[in-house]
Structure formats: C-alpha cells, structure tokens
Design a protein. Structure first.
Length: 415
C-alpha cells in the first residue's frame, strides 16, 4: 500500500515512523515533511493549504490513502477535495472539522449529543461577556471561537484581563472552570465505529511546575498509571460514540481522529475541547507503543471498515516525550541556529519538528524544534532515556522542561 502524509512536525515524524512499521506499507510519501522525515520517507514540496495541489500529488503518486496531520488543511476542506477525486482520506471533511475549528460549534454538538462538558455561553458584545464572566465566576475561562494555534484560550482570575481577551475576538465562548487532571484520549473514527486509543497526558505550560504561558505542548507521557481503568471504555461510551453518532445524524460524518481533551473532575469526566487530528506531542508517545499496523488502521477508517479491525494492541512499556524549544518560545521564538549532538541512546527517538538543513547542516526552523521520546519498562526508565538523549543535544539558548512525567513516575514507584 502507498500512503501520502501531509504535514511537517514532530507529530508527522512519529506518524511516518509508525506507518513505516506496517508490513503492508510499500511506499511512504510526506509533503512537505522535514529533514528527519526525509530520512525515512520520500518528501515533496507542497503548500498544505492548496487542496488542488494535494489532490494532484496524490493522483500522480497513485496512493491508496492520504493522511492529514495538521488541522489547517482539514478546516480548509482538503478531505472534501480528496473525496471528490475518490481518494481515501484519513481526516474529516471541512464541515466535520468544525469540531476543532469552532468552539461554539463543538459546544452545540456536545449539547445535542448529551456529552458532558463545561457549562458555557457564546458571546459577542461586552455586555454579554461581562454577564457570562459573572455567571460562571473566577477563575475565568475565555476561548476565541476559531482556530488560534494554542493562543485562543485564557484562564485567569483577573476579570479585566478576561474582558480584554474576549474583546480581541469577534465571538468567544466563556465557560465554567473545570478542576482536575487533564487527559488526552483519541478515538479513530470511520464515521460510525470508533476505536479508542490509550490515554496520554500533555504538558501545555512552557515552564517547570506548570508555570509560564500556554504552548502547543512541551511534553507528554503514556500510559497514565494513575488514571481509572475504565477511562477508555467510559470515554468511548460517554464522549466519542455519541459525538460521532451526532455528526453522522447531522449528515456530516466525522472520519478521522477525534481528539478529546478531558478534565477528570470530582463530578465526573468533562470535555475541555475537541481536536480533529492527532495531538502533538501526544502522538510521539502513543505511536511508538502501538503494535497494530497503523497504515491498515487508518485505511480501514478512511474506507468505513473499522468494524472489521478489532481493538488496538499496545506494548506494555511506558513512553515519555520532551520538547526541545527555541529560545523565546512561545512568545517570540528565535530560529535559524545550528543543532548538534543528536545521537539517540537505546530506547529513545528524536522526532524533528521545526528543523531545516542549510548547506547540509541542521538548523532550527520553528518554535518547537525537536521532540525526544524515551521508552522503558516504567515511566522512570522512559524519562531516563528521553532526558539522556535530549541533554546531549546542543541548540544555543534552547530550553526544555525537566519535569515531564516526573510526578507520575514518582507516584508509580511508590505503588
Ligand atoms: P484548549 O485550547 O481548549 O485546549 O485550552 C487550552 C488549555 O486551557 C487546556 O488544556 C486547559 O488547561 C485550559 N482550559 C480550557 N478550558 C478550561 C476549563 N473550562 N477549565 C479549566 N481549564 C481550561
Ligand atoms: N497537545 C495539544 C494539541 O495537539 O492540541
């Protein structure tokens, strides 16, 4: 089987590695890819927001499946363009990708589907905004309605700051604060059948101790030794299945990866957000542990045959991933510096995110530069592998968190 993967980040490098392990995979093409991906796949230049160019490339390569990594091409309707050309695509239509593209839309779907989430109000005017803030109280949670690359959400005790953030967007969702640990749980959906993946946890703040600004994600680990055993079954039953059923009933079936960001509160599980694609960096800890053949899984979803696939198989090992970020990330990343010292020790992988080759020398090209994953028999061993490999990498003034999966690994050892 021949696969074309769209994207260029750490998530796509991890996807490419896992696709390559599928015994049925014959050719892997990635557009636009990055220097790390170029070592394991054929890469092609492309503008990922040019749907026609993606369809043309898929036709020229005669691929059996196109897998879309990032959200922007999905919200831009690439899956619809591929469907028109009768090319199987793993990734939802423009209409279904609104689950990520509009917070207000996601709230309406959850309400219609009976999916547990924070109570919320969608607001446009200052009067509506102030009324909603006072209704739900502090800490205030204000979300810009559209795609915002991780910058759309503010959680603050400062009422004035909440109002200012709200006024910066035409439409916002204001909601009650959810207290409890966050879990990312992904469902692979063919529009009808959903197969859940194991849960992961990501670290969204820039600095140790969950301090500093929100980022696209600074690290992740999986599995979660502290999470309830029923979390996959419960999330399937309460969140993933009803959402996918509601999208089908609306005539806009969701085919692709439904990412549920959950808060485990004292009152039960609540959805914080949906995304319409694999999470980054959760993918970098999930896929190295996945034993089921990924290309066949994603093709089964794209061709509506997931009911034939059966549950996923996972390795019993733990995985931890740590993001190496450019100086100044997330506010104002400085890029274009040389990277040296990439020499993964045993049981570790370096996934490229924002890198580029200049005269054959690797340089940084984005805010999140590399993601380093370690694997081990428990989280302590996995952390050790990841941190030993990342500590040898040199990128001037770069930074990474030292506490990814630290608390969970200590608790696991204590049990
Ligand atoms: P989102 O972009 O929706 O994932 O939000 C980014 C982050 O903001 C989440 O990972 C949470 O840490 C936080 N957040 C979003 N909504 C809420 C909420 N209702 N209560 C508490 N924290 C939230
Ligand atoms: N890890 C957060 C995201 O992918 O949106």
């Amino acid at each position: 089987m021949k696969v074309l993967l769209i994207g260029s980040g750490g998530r796509e490098h991890a996807l490419a590695s896992a696709l390559n392990r599928d015994p049925k995979l014959e050719e892997l093409h990635v557009a636009p890819g990055n220097p790390g991906i170029a070592e394991i796949a054929t890469i092609h230049e492309i503008d990922i927001l040019n749907n026609e160019a993606i369809v043309e490339l898929a036709k020229k390569l005669a691929v059996d499946l196109v897998v879309i990594g990032p959200e922007k091409p999905l919200v831009n309707g690439v899956a619809d363009a591929l469907a028109k050309a009768k090319i199987p695509c793993f990734g939802p239509s423009k209409a279904a990708a609104q689950l990520e593209g509009s917070k207000d839309f996601a709230k309406k779907v959850m309400s219609d589907a009976g999916v547990p989430t924070a109570r919320s109000a969608t607001c446009k005017t200052q009067a509506e905004i102030e009324k909603a803030l006072d209704k739900f109280g502090a800490p205030y949670v204000v979300k810009h309605d559209g795609l915002a690359a991780g910058k759309g959400v503010v959680v603050t005790n400062d009422r004035q700051a909440a109002i200012e953030h709200a006024l910066a967007s035409e439409q916002v969702v204001i909601e009650e604060f959810l207290d409890g640990p966050e879990v990312s749980l992904f469902g692979i959906s063919d529009g009808q059948t959903v197969i859940p993946m194991q849960p992961a946890q990501d670290f969204k703040r820039a600095l140790d101790g969950d301090l500093g600004p929100n980022t696209g994600g600074m690290g992740a680990y999986s599995p979660l030794p502290w999470a309830p055993d029923e979390i996959m079954d419960e999330t399937l039953e309460q969140v993933l299945n009803p959402t996918v059923a509601e999208m089908s009933a609306r005539g806009t079936p969701f085919i692709g990866l439904l990412y549920a960001g959950l808060a485990l509160t004292d009152h039960g599980t609540r959805v914080i957000e949906f995304n319409a694609r694999f999470g980054d960096p959760e993918t970098q800890v999930l896929l190295p542990r996945l034993k089921s053949p990924l290309a066949q899984l994603l093709l089964a979803a794209a061709t509506r045959k997931l009911h034939e696939f059966g549950p996923l198989e996972w390795s019993d090992e733990s995985a931890v991933t740590v993001v190496l970020a450019a100086p100044g990330y997330p506010a104002a990343p400085e890029i274009g510096e040389p990277i040296t010292g990439i020499a993964p020790i045993a049981n570790s992988f370096v996934f490229h995110a924002g890198t580029q080759l200049r005269d054959g020398v690797l340089h940084s090209a984005g805010g999140r530069v590399l993601t380093v994953t370690g694997i081990g028999s428990d989280l302590t061993e996995a952390r050790d592998a990841a941190y030993r490999t990342i500590s040898k990498i040199t990128l001037p003034n770069s930074h990474y968190r030292r506490d990814i999966a630290l608390n969970a690994s200590v608790a696991e050892k204590g049990n």
